[in-house]
Design a protein around this ligand. Structure first.
Ligand SMILES: *Cc1c(COP(=O)(O)O)cnc(C)c1O
Length: 372
């Protein structure tokens, strides 16, 4: 059994995709060719954003807005410790300091009530709090109405980490449309993935769009060899854009299938385990289907039993970022973010993809039931 099945999906798009790839091989514009421009306008329309700047990965999609906005030494950027390392890594790469704020227990997303304390801590350490990076973890958008209000109170701008939530909605708006800018990832295992690395940034801010396009190509000015600022090589390949264009055709149907899988899991597993809580007005993109066991021992027992039955399961995330060796220099200790720490001891994720058959869902749920 696959944790994420990319083969069934590939079989659906194979013929038309190969035609598009063949056209690219022949036209020769291998990087940022016409497919990239086509993709950017499709993605902007999909999220309801004015501008979309595609780029080389989700990590670069997070880094580039920080660079474009001049985030650097002496600045603090507030984010969650319960996420993939890239969310906080880019803050350090920009030269600024990550300051963590704990998550809310039900949703795994940053708790709007924990932002004020993080801002105060940043100031105490002599830093200037400038921005907030909420993460739409496992595909569920963070609570943007409340986050936007708190961010405004503290003069922070928001960069939405929508790496896992492309396709999700929050109060009738698509993930990728919140904050000053949003970043998503097209890593193959994400809800919308390409066949390599890729990412995109969304914004309604015209000035930021221009700066991002410059940062993407080594800070280019009027042309490639006049450089106005420090940038990166953040371009997207035409072949990756073609893969994404073909996958977009079937994407909404895949989102409904993910929703069907999540509902099937939840109806069978609730009562035994804590199933995902989707707040009223939100629809998850179901990048992961993540559950809570009562504790570390119960989780280990369930995951062992699943493994014996050939069913893969994964822990996202075993070590919260404030306890990672890479961030030891920040000086956090165990106990600083109790909700994130508890979740890291209890959480685990089951196979989730649009092609998961009913029989496999049934088998997974009965194996879990047999553990109780
Ligand atoms: C995957 C991911 C990223 C990074 O995306 P890449 O394309 O792998 O660079 C950033 N943040 C979160 C929350 C992610 O899940």
């Amino acid at each position: 059994m696959q944790f994420i099945d990319l083969i069934s999906q590939k079989n659906r798009i194979r013929t038309t995709l190969l035609q598009r790839i063949e056209a690219i091989v022949d036209h020769g514009q291998y990087i940022m060719g016409p497919e990239v421009a086509e993709l950017e306008s499709r993605l902007a329309a999909y999220t309801g954003s004015r501008y979309c700047v595609s780029c080389s990965s989700g990590t670069d999609a997070l880094l580039m807005p920080l660079m474009a906005k001049g985030i650097g030494p002496g600045d603090a950027v507030i984010t969650t410790p319960f996420t993939f390392i890239a969310t906080a890594e880019v803050i350090s790469l920009a030269g600024a300091t990550p300051v963590f704020a704990d998550i809310a227990p039900g949703t795994f997303n940053i708790d709007p009530d924990s932002i004020a304390a993080a801002v105060a801590l940043a100031r105490e350490r002599g830093l200037n709090p400038k921005a907030l990076i909420p993460v739409d973890l496992f595909g569920l958008p963070a609570d943007y109405d409340r986050l936007e209000a708190v961010a405004a109170d503290h003069g922070l701008w928001i960069l939405e980490d929508a790496a896992q939530s492309f396709g999700a909605t929050y109060r009738n708006r698509r993930a990728g449309s919140f904050g000053l800018a949003a970043a998503t990832s097209f890593f193959p295992a994400k809800p919308l993935g390409c066949y390599g690395d890729g990412g995109a940034i969304f914004t309604d801010d015209e000035e930021l769009d221009v700066l991002l396009r410059s940062v993407r190509v080594h800070g280019s000015g009027v042309d490639k060899y006049s450089n106005d600022r420090i940038g990166i090589n953040g371009r997207l390949d035409s072949i990756q854009a073609a893969v994404l264009l073909e996958k977009l055709v079937i994407f909404d149907e895949e989102l409904s299938s993910r929703q069907r899988v999540a509902e099937a899991y939840s109806s069978r597993l609730k009562g035994r385990l804590v199933v995902p809580e989707i707040p009223e007005g939100s629809v998850s993109a179901w990048a992961q289907y993540s559950l809570l066991a009562s504790g570390e021992e119960e989780r280990a027992a369930i995951m062992d039993r699943l493994r014996l039955e050939g069913i893969p399961s994964v822990i996202y995330y075993k070590i919260p970022l404030h306890l990672q060796k890479a961030f030891a220099f920040l000086g956090y200790r165990e106990g600083d973010f109790p909700v994130s720490e508890e979740m890291s001891r209890r959480v685990f994720s089951l196979p989730m993809h649009p092609y998961l058959p009913e029989e496999e869902i049934g088998k997974i749920c009965s194996v879990i039931a047999s553990c109780f």
